[in-house]
Design a protein around this ligand. Structure first.
Ligand code: NDP
Length: 262
């Protein structure tokens, strides 16, 4: 097989969590462009409906499910439905995530737990649900959406950094435990990407000047810009394709160079 033939996702079933919009949507759309069948989930019917409308407008025949990825029973049920209605999941992207920007000592234990639940426990729950069928099939790709906070600490993101650092180690562990079954588990660490999650950091100041964080990002990123969700498409497609079959347990930072610079 020539290398160009390995860069296809033709007829692969890809589940992307939290993919009604933002980074998940862009990754799923990129997979569809490479021939994959797209399945996504979101926590609210309203967002699934919006996602379905957006995929359809882009000419993508996606299937959407309402599922809270922190609920193990609901995830098991969704995965069974996907296997019956679409097929065995070849590619899983654990993308759903939340962030709470609160100084650590002002954060309640419940708020801390909520972040850990969505950003770390859920990738465990969803991966656990899809791996048995991947083992039977003899192949599988899991991509965990990590963060630069998998490497760094920063004010107000203690829970997020703890969860994303944990997700990096879960990625390595899945690689170690299931690599022998031809399952590759890698992470993508996006830099600062312009999505609804980061919109508050780009809000103009009352005097019309840039938000200080926005200024910081522009000045510290060698690419001198925020990333777009589409910047994640190529790296995700590579990690989902056979072209990356010997890449396992790694985190690919897609950050315009900022991690190398700060
Ligand atoms: P968004 O908030 O825009 O999208 C995340 C999606 O996950 C939303 O649709 C959200 O739904 C959904 N979601 C949240 N909780 C659950 C749940 N329990 N079950 C199912 N779905 C859920 O985030 P981004 O697109 O910005 O980020 C995507 C991923 O990338 C996240 O893991 C994030 O941490 C990571 N990331 C983002 C960066 C950025 O700069 N934007 C940088 C580094 C990492 P709802 O809107 O209803 O909450």
């Amino acid at each position: 097989m020539g290398i160009s033939e390995k860069f296809t996702l033709k007829d692969k079933v890809a589940l992307v969590t939290g993919a009604s919009y933002g980074i998940g949507y862009a990754i799923a759309s990129g997979f569809a462009d490479m021939g994959a069948k797209i399945v996504f989930c979101d926590i609210k019917q309203e967002f699934v409906d919006k996602g379905l409308a957006a995929y359809s407008a882009d000419g993508i025949d996606a299937k959407g499910y309402v599922c809270d990825v922190t609920d193990e029973a609901a995830v098991q049920e969704m995965v069974k439905k996907i296997e019956a209605e679409v097929g065995v999941i070849d590619i899983l992207v654990n993308n759903a995530g939340i962030i709470k920007r609160i100084p650590m000592c002002d954060m309640t234990a419940e708020e801390f737990r909520q972040v850990i639940d969505v950003d770390l426990n859920a990738p465990f729950i969803v991966s656990k649900a899809v791996i048995p069928s991947m083992i039977k099939k003899g192949a599988g790709k899991i991509i965990n959406i990590c963060s630069m906070m998998s490497e760094l600490g920063r004010e107000t993101v203690s829970a997020y950094a703890a969860a994303k650092g944990g997700l990096k180690m879960l990625t390595r562990n899945i690689c170690s435990e299931y690599g022998e079954y031809n399952i590759q588990c890698n992470g993508i660490g996006p830099g600062y990407i312009a999505t609804p999650q980061t919109a508050p950091l780009r809000e103009k100041q009352p005097d019309g000047s840039r938000h200080p964080f926005d200024q910081f990002i522009i000045s510290k990123t060698p690419a001198a810009r925020w990333g777009n969700p589409e910047d994640l498409q190529g790296p995700a497609a590579f990690l989902a394709s056979e072209a990356s079959d010997f890449v396992n347990g790694h985190i690919l930072y897609v950050d315009g160079g900022i991690l190398a610079y700060i």
